[in-house]
Design a protein around this ligand. Sequence first.
Ligand SMILES: *Cc1c(COP(=O)(O)O)cnc(C)c1O
Length: 406
Amino acid sequence: MDKTNTPSPKDPAPKNPASLRPRTRMVHAGTARSGFDETCEAIFMTSGFVYGTAEEAESAFANDGSRFVYSRFRNPTVSMFEDRLAAYEGAERCFATASGMAAVFAALMSQLKAGDRIVAPHALFGSCLHIVKNLAPQFGIETTLVNGTDADEWRAALSRPANIVFLETPSNPMLDVVDLALVSELAHAAGARVVVDNVFATPALQRPLEFGADVVVYSATKHIDGQGRSLGGAILCDNKFAETLAPFLRHTGPALSPFNAWLLLKGLETMDIRIAAQVQSAQQVAEFLEGHAKIAKALYPGLKSHPQYELAQRQMKGGSTLVAFDVAGGKAEAFRLMNGLRIVRISNNLGDSKSLITHPATSTHQRLSDAERAAVGISPGSVRLSVGLEDPADLIEDLEQALAGV
Ligand SMILES: *Cc1c(COP(=O)(O)O)cnc(C)c1O
């Protein structure tokens, strides 16, 4: 076998993945075959790497990082995942992390210092809100929270200097859509870098970088794995931000396991077609729910009734795989619906091939006060449905029979 630890020169990854269509990139980009010429990408389950001589070790540490040295810094399987996702997203760099929260924390804290300021919407994933609202102030960082769908609130908050704008669109769980182009423009004028948590949109439906965002973060746990098997995260950025981020990751160590990287790498191969199927089903489910007598309100960016429908049409390629709705009659009736479902399972996770339903007020957003929940539109009857890969007719029948008991 070749003694070097660079990919086999016989069979490199496509030379210019950017010239390929996105679905093809997802199958081939980033592939780095070993000397054994395997078809499927290998799992390099190793913490370290060996050197033929002491001189080689010396130059590996002196050089630009092209050689694999230690899996906290870089690992071949993890690199394949990073390269493939970067090629799909159209980003210069991708850094994988062990979870979505590790990605969010590193993307924010690697660039912040005491005296800095974050502007973010109230409507954030629970742990993201904890970082900006509770953790950041412990380090002397100021946070201003706004209503993410109100342009005037963004304008007011960004009328004085800020360092980071951090947002999620569509938001968890009530699917608010934030105007990426407008907020990026205001943020840059205020001196802030824009970090977008793109989990709900997925890389298949929305490219924040094209609307002016600077950094994109993912919980790869969700649609990238797509089959509920592994935690993971990713940060996509340009080479300039990579200079700040890479040392932070190297020295704090939220590294993704090579095995989990392999699961996520294989998840990427099917992501584009999975999302297309799930979005089509979600649209049908949303239309069914919107017309149902026992549903007080259905929120889905692909419904004309969604408050930011026009904006969603402009910045997204589909309405997402998630549907939020309010069951008439509040918590008791929402619970009755959830308990009556036979195919859709109760879980706080999302982006799985299995359809999953959550009651945010008592699970993911239980720690928020009533006022905080109201501020992001979560009522006692609100539920969030993550639409999977089942036949949509079966999902609609399941919801229909469960709603009959409400
Ligand atoms: C799940 C999720 C996260 C956190 O990801 P983990 O992989 O669970 O750490 C962050 N943001 C959003 C929007 C999420 O849905």
